[in-house]
Design a protein around this ligand. Structure first.
Ligand code: KG4
Ligand code: ZN
Length: 344
């Protein structure tokens, strides 16, 4: 029988518990503390850790009810050991270790970014080997060459300053939108003019392309948007929020998709998978699809609910490890806030 794997995710503000057997998703329970952070304009680590502690047992129970399994049916436990907020990660790790001891089952510490890639298997079946992954979240923006999601991942490039999601959140703040800003910008941009201003496309000039071919930079874009808004306000003009949102989003999406397609073409990889919270963005999904079609590439993006942080993604990667009979992580496994995605 294929092992039943319970996955726990607590790297940021979502307490996620997923249950997966092979590539079948049986439960995906998420409790978010996002409302508690909104008034601070960003995630407050201490608040997130406490919320994880309160949500952990009820979320595990909810997942078991959803999947109609008992905790004793679980064959292995997987948990995010990094990257993320240390205090938040520790809550998940402690819960996973306690379950592993109590149930006498193996437990696997997994990388959050690799889990964002692995989750696509729950929707679209086994990942082609190799594939290229564009990982875009609140804390990371990377291009990864994935030969095997459980055993061979090589970073090709990453952001040199802000992550894509961070840029969405910061620009949203400038526009007076609530945290997290990504979904609000996505929604407002639908009624905006994408060509309102040609905001800068970071690291796409000829010089940058030779030094930072697969890297990203969104800090200059964020500043350009802030300056634009400030100058309108200084002149007493109304800020066309939908247009600014659409033009900003277009700049992010343009660079992300252009570099992802470039990397696929140059690396000779036919399949692109996009993961992480920003992969929920409707314009990113549409432009990526159009550019992949034009380049003869096959695009895979999980449904939006599986793009943002959840426990199913951790269970999906844990299921890969369990299926290979991987040895259990040690009970001394520590949280690593900057765990590298590279394996081996
Ligand atoms: O992967 P995730 O849930 O958490 C991290 O690992 O960081 O990503 C959260 C990020 C936030 O910055 C949020 O604004 C962004 O994903 N996000 C979006 C959308 N939904 C979430 N960004 C743009 N458009 C969206 N629809
Ligand atoms: Zn994430």
């Amino acid at each position: 029988m294929t092992p039943l794997v319970l996955g726990i995710e607590t790297s940021c503000d979502e307490t996620g518990v997923g249950l997966v057997r092979g590539q079948s998703l049986l439960a995906d329970a998420v409790a978010s503390s996002v409302d508690e952070h909104a008034r601070f304009g960003g995630v407050v680590p201490e608040v997130a850790s406490r919320a994880h502690l309160e949500a952990m047992v009820p979320t595990i129970e909810r997942a078991c009810v959803q999947a109609r399994v008992r905790l004793s049916d679980v064959d292995a436990v997987a948990v995010t050991s990094g990257p993320g907020l240390t205090g938040a990660l520790l809550v998940g790790l402690a819960a996973a270790k306690a379950l592993a001891i109590g149930l006498d089952r193996p437990f696997y510490g997994v990388n959050h970014l690799a889990a964002h890639v692995a989750v696509d298997q729950l929707e679209h079946g086994r990942l082609p080997q190799p594939c290229l992954a564009l990982l875009v979240s609140g804390g990371h923006s990377s291009l990864l060459l994935v030969e095997d999601v459980a055993s061979s991942i090589h970073p090709l490039g990453a952001t040199i300053d802000d992550a894509a999601g961070e840029a969405f959140d910061k620009v949203a703040r400038v526009l007076g939108l609530p945290f997290p800003g990504g979904p609000h910008i996505d929604r407002l941009a639908k009624d905006g003019n994408r060509t309102y201003v040609a905001f800068p496309r970071g690291l796409t000039g000829p010089g940058d392309l030779s030094r930072h071919r697969y890297d990203f930079s969104f800090s200059g874009l964020k500043t350009a948007v802030a300056r634009w808004v400030e100058s309108l306000e200084r002149d007493g003009q109304p800020v066309p929020i939908a247009d600014v949102a659409a033009a900003f989003q277009e700049a992010v999406v343009d660079v992300l998709t252009r570099k992802a397609v470039l990397a696929c073409t140059e690396q000779g990889v036919r399949d692109l998978v996009i993961g992480g919270g920003v992969a929920a963005n409707s314009r990113l999904r549409a432009v990526a699809q159009a550019r992949c079609d034009a380049a003869g590439l096959h695009l895979r993006v999980p449904r939006p609910g599986l793009c943002t942080d959840n426990g199913a993604m951790v269970a999906a990667l844990g299921a890969e490890l369990a299926a290979r009979g991987a040895p259990s992580s040690g009970l001394d496994l520590a949280a690593d806030s900057s765990l590298p995605v590279q394996v081996p």
